[in-house]
Design a protein around this ligand. Structure first.
Ligand SMILES: Nc1ncnc2c1ncn2[C@@H]1O[C@H](COP(=O)(O)OP(=O)(O)O)[C@@H](O)[C@H]1O
Ligand SMILES: [Mg+2]
Length: 307
């Protein structure tokens, strides 16, 4: 299946969450690949810890070059083996492939042509055959990348391929409003999708929201906060729940809520089992949320028809 990762804003946690979901899926024995379609800022290589491709590849054969017709096949990197982190360098027994298709370091955003849509669909079809999950990290906002994804998946050749959408946002006023707007506003994903040939209701049923870096105002570990701060958090949380539901991105449309993790607050990276169990620098709840999201994206029961 294809899994598109979108967000209205930058800094939502879209890439860090998606990379960790890719990693957890591979650890759970699924074949996974990650396409860096954040054309203005292709930094997935940094999150996977691959030396030399922190801002995209310099080989001249990244996704920009492929979509713009300069190379016949985009460069593919094997995260197991390429990661500079020793704890990720060997593929653990039982883990599936984890491949990264980087963007070009010199690349930037580019408008979509019909030829690109065709090349994009060909790539999706090929990778969908080879991998259980193909994660496509899209540039923020109503971007060319989002338009390209909607157009490519609307082609007749792609109709039989399952594609799902995750829209990432932080748990704040601005982010809730922005995420709802990206999907529901005129010119948003649903309207643009319908214009490209998707059935609007069907597309809506294949789209869920992911709330990132959320502090649970009822968790025990926030007892270090002052009572006034906890009361404020709970009040803000209640207001955000109301806002999200009034904008039609309430609980039933949410596939995951990822806790705020101090490690990710300070560093964009995969959380390895070594970080969790040996170094104890990450929280178990964060890894469990990534694992659950990795399961839920492919679990039809988690994608029941909403209405
Ligand atoms: N669960 C989390 N807890 C704390 N910080 C997070 C979490 N998820 C992501 N972040 C941090 O938020 C910032 C933005 O994340 P990133 O994935 O780069 O966003 P985007 O791809 O939407 O621009 C990064 O510094 C990242 O490490
Ligand atoms: Mg990103």
């Amino acid at each position: 299946m294809l899994l598109f990762a979108a967000s209205d804003k930058g800094g939502t946690g879209r890439s860090v969450t998606s990379c960790n979901v890719a990693f957890r899926s591979a650890l759970a024995n699924r074949e996974v690949c990650y396409l860096d379609f954040d054309f203005g800022s292709p930094t997935a290589g940094a999150i996977f810890g691959i030396e030399g491709v922190f801002n995209g590849t310099r080989s001249g054969g990244g996704l920009h070059s492929y979509l713009q017709g300069r190379v016949a096949n985009p460069e593919r990197l094997d995260v197991w083996g390429a990661s500079e982190r020793s704890s990720l360098r060997l593929r653990p027994a039982g883990a599936g492939q984890l491949a990264l298709f980087p963007g070009d370091a010199s690349g930037s955003e580019f408008p979509t042509t019909a030829e690109m849509v065709k090349l994009c669909a060909e790539l999706f079809l090929r990778l969908e055959e080879q991998f259980d999950v193909v994660i496509v990290d899209l540039s923020a906002g109503r971007s060319y990348a989002t338009e390209l994804a909607l157009k490519a998946t609307a082609l007749p050749s792609m109709r039989k391929i399952l594609s799902r959408w995750l829209v990432f946002h932080r748990w704040t006023n601005q982010h809730v409003n922005a995420a709802a707007g990206l999907v529901n506003n005129p010119g948003g994903i649903l309207e643009l999708g319908a214009r490209c040939g998707h059935d609007r209701d069907d597309l809506q049923n294949r789209l869920r929201f992911v709330r990132t870096a959320v502090i649970d105002p009822f968790a025990e570990d926030i007892s270090i906060l002052r009572p006034s701060q906890i009361a404020f958090l709970r009040d803000s949380n209640a207001k955000l729940i109301e806002l999200a539901s009034s904008l039609r991105i309430g609980r039933t449309t949410v596939l995951a809520q990822i806790p705020l993790d101090p490690l990710l607050q300070w560093r964009e990276q995969l959380i390895s089992d070594n970080d969790l169990y040996e170094r104890k620098i990450a929280n178990q709840a964060t890894v469990e949320a990534f694992e659950k999201l990795a399961r839920d994206v492919i679990d039809d029961d988690a994608w029941e028809v909403l209405r």
